[in-house]
Design a protein around this ligand. Structure first.
Ligand code: ZN
Length: 275
């Protein structure tokens, strides 16, 4: 971890009527993985998507939200990987946190194990674990006058991923279904994942807000499909571990955040713990 973390990128991604969408992206440098979190700002308040990973970014994301001068009505956690919920314990312990039942149960049962597993982060990790208190089910809801469609996508980058659609805006928060401009965190579900992205290309949505990297269009979704398919072929041809990593780095030199290989390779090829 670098001594000095670089500043995040913050932007207003889209505006439609009273609604503004904001995106906050942590560093792409060194061991960082460009965690992207988002805010839907309506006239009355804010809905946040994910909580950041490292403590300084979680605090800056909270400061950015507070700077908008409206209450945080809800925070949705997309899935159980720690880079999406560690920041709850740092900066969002006082807001209503929503998640899929699988995600909330995992954080309740294994959140402390995960925190202990990340001891090397030192004070970049949260001091406490905040478990989502509210469960979200697939379906429709209206918050702050904005229509939300919640979906559960199974067996892709994770066993259970919450995605959030705003049909009136043509925006979908896809979180880790899309890695925008960065290397993907791969799992054994490459074919299923690729099919989910192909459906996304045929949808009416045009702006896809990822869990890593900058806001994405359909071209980036298509590049993710190509990446997944190439990875599947490399594995089918017998590449594992470092040989697989070398192959992917050579094939995609333009993608950032290669640190993610060292996080997932022991799990994909070595049976390491899932925390
Ligand atoms: Zn992630």
């Amino acid at each position: 971890m670098p001594a000095q973390l670089s500043d995040p990128i913050t932007m207003v991604v889209k505006r439609a009527g009273d609604v503004r969408i904001h995106t906050f992206v942590a560093s792409f440098e060194d061991d960082n993985i460009a965690n992207a979190t988002h805010i839907v700002e309506s006239r009355s308040g804010l809905v946040l998507i994910d909580a950041q990973f490292l403590a300084p970014y979680a605090r800056q994301f909270r400061d950015y939200a507070d700077g908008l001068g409206k209450p945080i009505e809800r925070l949705y956690v997309s899935h159980r990987h720690p880079d999406h919920w560690f920041g709850l314990g740092t900066a969002f312990g006082d807001v209503p946190v929503y998640a899929l039942a699988e995600t909330a149960t995992f954080i309740k049962d294994h959140g402390e194990d995960s925190r202990n597993d990340h001891w090397k982060l030192g004070n970049l990790a949260p001091d406490t674990v905040v478990v989502p208190q509210e469960l979200v089910k697939p379906g429709e809801d209206i918050v702050g006058g904005v229509t939300y469609l919640f979906e559960e996508v199974t067996d892709t980058e994770i066993d259970a991923m919450l995605t959030v659609k705003l049909p009136e805006l043509g925006v979908q928060f896809v979180q880790d279904l899309v890695y925008s401009g960065t290397h993907l965190y791969l799992t054994s579900h490459l074919r299923k994942w690729s099919r989910v992205l192909r459906d996304m290309l045929l949808s009416d949505y045009e702006l896809f807000l990822p869990g890593h990297g900058l806001p994405a269009d359909k071209n980036e979704v298509a590049r993710n499909i190509e990446y997944l398919d190439a990875a599947g072929q490399a594995i089918a041809s017998g590449r594992t571990g470092e040989a697989f990593k070398d192959f992917m780095l050579r094939r995609y030199p333009e993608r950032k955040c290669p640190g993610i290989f060292d996080i997932y390779l022991p799990r994909l090829f070595g049976g390491a713990s899932d925390y």
